[in-house]
Design a protein around this ligand. Structure first.
Ligand SMILES: Nc1nc2c(c(=O)[nH]1)N[C@H]1C(S)=C(S)[C@@H](COP(=O)(O)O)O[C@H]1N2
Ligand SMILES: [Mo]
Length: 329
């Protein structure tokens, strides 16, 4: 018999998790790091997995790191330590929030190569390109970005990658293209979360062409000055720092230029709570929790949420004429 448990997607962790578990998770991320480091090897070195296909140290683009930092992108608070962000991941293909500890280790087993990206839809020449050919055709740079999850936690990360607008120009979309749709791989053999049929895999999301060609839209290949470990969405993920994190698709295998607005995975699952625009706004609460403040997963501090996650100057203009749209969910 199938026992159906209600899915607990995107619950704020203090509501979703019994207090005891919540507290011990915090301890593990803070005081307990030393102990866990001995067991699992924080800092990216996991003895048991170092030789696996998912090891970022064996990445064929390793020579491109560290890339030059773009000084235009600064932060008003410190970068979150790698040992924290590397072990606090939202990546449902590899487990739900309640399994945060394991996401990194399960994801580490995913082979990083061969990896091809299908570029299709309204483009001059639809094609499939090897990830290394894409990365080497772009100019890598490092940017310090804030990241705000819809669950009201945040971090600040040194991503390496290339502007999405550089990729868009290279892909040569046709004039009918209005949106960019991005899709994650499907492989339940390496991604056990994809055996949970409740979710309409593959993970999909998208953005408008105007958003995609805004300077801030960034394709991530690396983090902390090296190729990104799998749990961050290797070998290619999106970063849209003014939007809730669920818009930033991980481990992308397909990028389509389309005329119709794509419906993201979260919008499909729960359209009343997760919309297309998903811009960060402290004044528009999620139906089940406030967005007025956020918790920094590095320091544990609470700080006020900023409109467009602090990037209003760069992106507010994109939304000037969209008064009737639900821009903040
Ligand atoms: N394919 C895929 N992409 C995804 C997700 C996911 O579950 N699957 N989670 C999203 C959410 S909700 C967030 S907050 C970020 C988390 O990125 P991080 O683990 O690097 O912090 O990835 C986003 N991209
Ligand atoms: Mo998120």
């Amino acid at each position: 018999m199938l026992i159906r448990r209600p899915p607990s997607w995107h619950l704020p962790e203090n509501a979703a998790t019994p207090e005891a578990v919540y507290v011990s998770r915090r301890e593990a991320l803070g005081a307990g790091v030393g102990l866990l480091a001995g067991l699992a090897g924080f800092s990216g070195i996991r003895p048991a997995q170092a030789q696996q296909a998912g090891d970022p140290d064996g990445d064929p683009t390793r020579d491109l790191y560290p890339a030059k930092r773009n000084p235009a992108y600064t932060l008003d608070h410190p970068v979150t330590p790698e040992k924290v962000t590397a072990n606090y991941n939202n990546f449902y293909e590899f487990g739900s929030d309640q399994m945060n500890y394991h996401v990194a280790d399960i994801a580490a087993k995913m082979p990083r190569r061969p990896w091809t990206v299908k570029i299709d839809g309204l483009v001059e020449t639809p094609r499939e390109v090897g990830i290394d050919d894409i990365i080497r055709a772009m100019t890598l740079e490092e940017r310090l970005y804030r990241h705000r999850c819809v669950e009201a936690w945040s971090m600040a990360v040194p991503w390496t990658g290339f502007p999405l607008k550089q990729f868009v120009a290279w892909a040569k979309p046709l004039s009918g293209a209005k949106y960019v749709r991005m899709e994650t791989f499907v492989n339940p053999k390496v991604a056990p979360g994809q055996k949970r049929f409740f979710y309409p895999w593959p993970y999909v999301d998208g953005l408008t062409m105007a958003e995609a060609t805004n300077d801030l839209a960034f394709m991530v290949t690396g983090v902390y000055g090296k190729p990104a470990p799998n749990q961050y969405g290797a070998p290619l993920r999106l970063a849209l720092p003014w939007k809730y994190g669920f818009k930033s698709v991980k481990s992308i295998v397909r990028i389509s230029f389309v005329a119709e607005r794509p419906v993201g995975l979260w919008e499909q699952v729960q359209g009343a709570e997760y919309g297309f625009w998903a811009n960060v706004n402290p004044e528009v609460p999620h139906p089940r929790w406030s967005q007025a403040s956020e918790r920094d997963i590095g320091t544990g501090e609470r700080r006020p949420t900023l409109l467009y996650n602090g990037y209003a100057e760069q992106v507010a203009g994109l939304y000037k004429d969209l008064g009737n749209e639900k821009l903040f969910m």
